[in-house]
Design a protein around this ligand. Structure first.
Ligand code: SDX
Length: 431
């Protein structure tokens, strides 16, 4: 626990309360208000948690003003360039980069859990073929609880470890199955001779009728996209996983809750919404019309892939994604991609417009990712499932950190009640 270094004084009705100030490794000091209600009989009010630290964590740090993102202290730019997704998974789960031997062992353990129970296939059959893959993923991941009674005792560190490995290993398989089911093609089993990203592409794009060779350019780009999405501090879906886990719910149910929350267009659903927006804009000359809509208070339209609760500078992931989009489309021989052209011009115009500059709205992780995923052959409906499978390691790492904390308690916020005061039940004749 971060040790209190200073105190803050709060005075209410002439009475002063000393609140400890906790000093983090990085970031602002934190006012510890845990005793406030008991001592001062008041709540704090922070809907949307814009000024609230919900937990203590050692996993990921974001500096929104600098546009900095660290996984266990390592900058995302360095990891994206030098690491690979399974190594980032090891780092997020265990706190340190693996040795060669540790990496081989971890990769072997994950690889050996990539298949799902054969009866899991039946869950897909209950969905319409045109179901959104996120709907099938929420349902199927939640159903995994029914299959793994050997890893549901969250108080057993070994059960927590096995559940984490299973989740990291199986989410790509389930996401690929959701895709195959939506296009009426047979499920493709994982191939343990392939690496993590290559295996996902194989399960999505190979068909029994012919051989499929993983394109190394696409596999590398896929792996980088997974790294960029792996964790992001206490975002909405991670907070959902933590809150669900705080009740003692099993890890599969908690991850299913995280997937459900991520689906929202204000969160992980933005990558699909952004590409659909760029397609709707269509050409560069229509950008001003959409900028005007985004600035219009009476218009609910927002620039999808723009803005962020924490980043008030460039999202570092968006910078890497933009470079990757140029690289991947170039390597694939896709020149003059109209959507990429619109995206870059939209970014340029928005960042010169006082509305976006004054509100510190920059492209976020979702602004360019869809362009790469579309070039890989994914439909927009698979963009958020790919975000979900990539973020699973972040969710499960944060869940493990919370469940492993002996001081952890069930999350139970209070409220500012502005409803009816106490009143008695009137007979219907008196109403
Ligand atoms: C992710 O939290 C995370 O870490 C999430 C994430 C992760 O890795 O887990 O980074 C992934 O979810 C990225 C964000 C993806 N969402 C989108 O791209 C959707 C579009 N963006 C917005 O909906 C919005 O920017 C949010 C939801 C991302 C952030 O919302 P906030 O922090 O609640 O900010 P806000 O809505 O209060 O906006 C502040 C102001 C408002 O204007 P005023 O009321 O102050 O006049 O900026 C405006 C907003 O109207 N604004 C936008 C805008 N985003 C904010 N105006 C136009 N277009 C936008 N995109």
């Amino acid at each position: 626990m971060a040790a209190p270094t200073k105190t803050a004084t709060l005075t209410i009705d002439g009475k002063s309360y000393e609140l400890p100030l906790l000093s983090p490794t990085l970031g602002p000091d934190v006012v510890d208000i845990r005793k406030l209600y008991a001592e001062a009989d008041v709540f704090t009010y922070d809907p949307g948690f814009t000024s609230t630290a919900s937990c203590e964590s050692t996993i990921t740090y974001i500096d929104g003003d600098k546009g900095e993102l660290l996984y266990r202290g390592y900058p995302i730019e360095q990891l994206a360039e030098k690491s690979h997704y399974l190594e980032v998974c090891y780092l997020l789960l265990y706190g340190e980069l693996p040795t060669q031997t540790q990496m081989v062992d971890f990769e072997t353990r994950v690889t050996r859990h990539t298949m799902v129970h054969e009866q899991v296939h039946n869950f897909f059959r209950g969905f319409r073929r045109d179901s959104h893959p996120m709907a099938t993923m929420v349902g199927v991941v939640g159903a995994l609880s029914a299959f793994y009674h050997d890893s549901l005792d969250i108080n057993d560190p070994w059960h927590r470890e096995v559940a984490a490995i299973r989740m990291i290993a199986k989410l790509p398989t389930i996401a690929a199955m959701a895709y195959k089911y939506s296009i009426g093609q047979p499920f493709v089993y994982p191939k343990n001779s392939l690496d993590y990203a290559g295996n996902f592409l194989h399960m999505c794009f190979s068909v029994p009728a012919e051989d499929y060779v993983v394109n190394p350019i696409l596999a590398k780009a896929m792996d980088r996209i997974m790294m960029l999405h792996a964790d992001h501090e206490q975002n909405a879906s991670t907070s959902t996983v933590r809150l669900a886990g705080s009740s003692g719910a099993n890890p599969f149910a908690c991850i299913a809750a995280g997937i459900a929350c991520l689906w929202g267009p204000a969160h992980g659903g933005a990558n699909q919404a952004c590409l659909e927006m760029l397609r709707e804009i269509g050409t560069v000359d229509r950008i001003p019309e959409y900028i005007k809509k985004a600035k219009d208070k009476d218009d609910p339209f927002r620039l999808m892939g723009f803005g962020h609760r924490v980043y008030k500078n460039f999202d570092p992931r968006a910078k890497v994604m933009k470079e990757s989009a140029d690289e991947v489309l170039g390597l694939l021989g896709i020149h003059n991609n109209e959507t990429l052209k619109v995206a870059k011009e939209l970014e340029r115009i928005a960042l010169e417009d006082d509305y976006f500059v004054s509100k510190k709205l920059y492209p976020n992780v979702d602004f360019y990712s869809g362009i790469i995923l579309e070039a890989m052959g994914f439909p927009t409906s698979m963009f958020t499932p790919i975000f979900a499978l990539s973020r699973t390691v972040g969710w499960i790492s944060q869940w493990k950190e919370m469940v492993g904390d002996p001081t952890q308690r069930i999350g139970r916020p209070r409220q500012l009640y502005v409803g009816a005061a106490h009143r008695n039940y009137p007979d219907v004749a008196a109403r």
